[in-house]
Design a protein around this ligand. Structure first.
Ligand SMILES: Cc1ncc(COP(=O)(O)O)c(C=O)c1O
Length: 375
């Protein structure tokens, strides 16, 4: 068996080399490295892809989540509800604006924010009366959208700002609605390992709210007013650079083909592993972009055994995520205890992710499954 990559960016480059090289050369020749025309072209293409009215390309996915919270004036004394089982940045941005993340449990099948837990935590915050409920960050984990029909309803009824963390969600959908189009605003990441990734850090914000869009556009460049040297609010330097935008354009054109390939790969994995491990669910009416292919073992001992067997066979596997956010050291002062969010805690002990990308071969999948089925 050839060397198995967790995410084969080299295979992708070999396939798209001609177009990517031409895009890079054009940027170098025109030397318009910041806010070049490719950035606007990408934003337009991303709007068309996701169905959102406005898009702002950003320097990272983290910036794409931070800017909307800054723009909404969310800050000290505010509660923002965040799932406990996600990448740290989903909650970090809440803390960075001075608000308090209130952690919620997750759904067993999709790993995403559990609307029932959201309601429970909202009720608790109201009962305690110390924080003002302001917003929700709902994450499309591993490519599968969160339960947005229900979460949007809860946010509407309770006057909460809904931010979709679509850092892993790009390409997923619920019916005709694409990821990055849920809630009031969405943020995605173009970190190289993402299903749509650039060759460095990058991200994008999406919204249909014109007023919010203009505030976020200002925050993206140091709170600019009529021009860069007129500063009307505090902001950041959070632009996506032209080279990354240029690289993303051909990758976006290849995205649907790669997404279909990942979905076929997921089906093949599921057919071969379904009896042995809990394979990722795709809810009826939803589609996943399978940025990651994540299994659940019975317990942590079985996970260790599986990952050891994979390692011995030369197959890379990863744990996303080994520690739920309410147990991170930085959040110790919030006082969460073991058992508070049982699903998130169990997921952290049992999940592991297998190689998955738009160029994985059937032979590689079959080999990985044979290793796992021999345990
Ligand atoms: C769920 C989630 N949110 C936010 C981020 C942050 O994105 P970035 O690394 O581009 O800042 C990531 C990236 O790994 C992520 O997976």
């Amino acid at each position: 068996m050839e060397k198995i990559a967790f995410n084969d960016l080299e295979a992708q480059y070999r396939c798209l080399k001609k177009e990517i090289d031409a895009q890079i050369a054009e940027v170098l020749e025109n030397a318009h490295f910041i806010s070049g025309p490719q950035v606007k072209e990408l934003e337009k293409a991303l709007c068309a892809y996701t169905g959102r009215k406005y898009c702002l390309a950003t320097s990272s996915g983290t910036a794409a989540l931070l800017i909307p919270l800054m723009a909404k004036g969310i800050g000290a004394g505010d509660a923002v509800f965040v799932p406990a089982f996600t990448f740290f940045a989903s909650a970090e941005v809440v803390s960075l604006v001075g608000a308090t993340p209130v952690f919620c449990d997750c759904e067993e099948d999709t790993f995403a924010l559990d609307p029932k837990s959201l309601l429970k935590q909202l009720e608790k915050v109201r009962r305690e009366g110390k924080l003002r409920p302001r917003g929700v960050v709902a994450v499309d984990l591993f490519g599968h959208p969160a339960d947005f029909p229900r979460i949007e309803e809860i946010c509407r009824e309770n006057g909460l700002f809904l931010l979709e963390d679509a850092a892993q969600g790009f390409g997923g959908a619920i019916g005709e609605r694409k990821a990055c189009s849920f809630g009031d605003c969405s943020g995605t990441s173009f970190f190289p390992a993402k299903s749509l990734g650039c060759y460095g850090d990058g991200g994008a914000i999406f919204t249909d709210d014109e007023a919010l869009y203009h505030i976020m556009e200002s925050i993206r460049v140091h709170g600019k007013g009529s021009m860069k040297y007129d500063n009307v609010r505090l902001g950041l330097n959070a632009r996506l650079d032209t080279l990354q935008a240029a690289i993303l354009l051909p990758k976006l054109r290849a995205f649907d083909r790669e997404n279909a390939h990942r979905n076929r790969a997921a089906e093949r994995y599921a057919k071969r592993l379904g009896g042995r491990f809990a394979v990722p669910a795709v809810r009826k009416g939803f589609s996943s972009s399978f940025g990651y292919y994540t299994l659940r073992a019975k317990d942590s001992a079985e996970r260790t055994k599986a990952m050891d067997a994979l390692k011995n066979a030369g197959v890379p596997s990863m744990i996303y995520y080994p520690k739920p956010l309410h147990f991170q050291k930085v959040y110790e002062p919030l006082g969460y205890r073991k058992g508070d969010l049982p699903v998130a805690e169990r997921l952290a002990e049992t999940v592991f992710s297998l190689p998955m990308h738009g160029y994985i071969t059937d032979d590689v999948i079959d080999f990985i499954c044979s290793v796992l089925n021999q345990i």
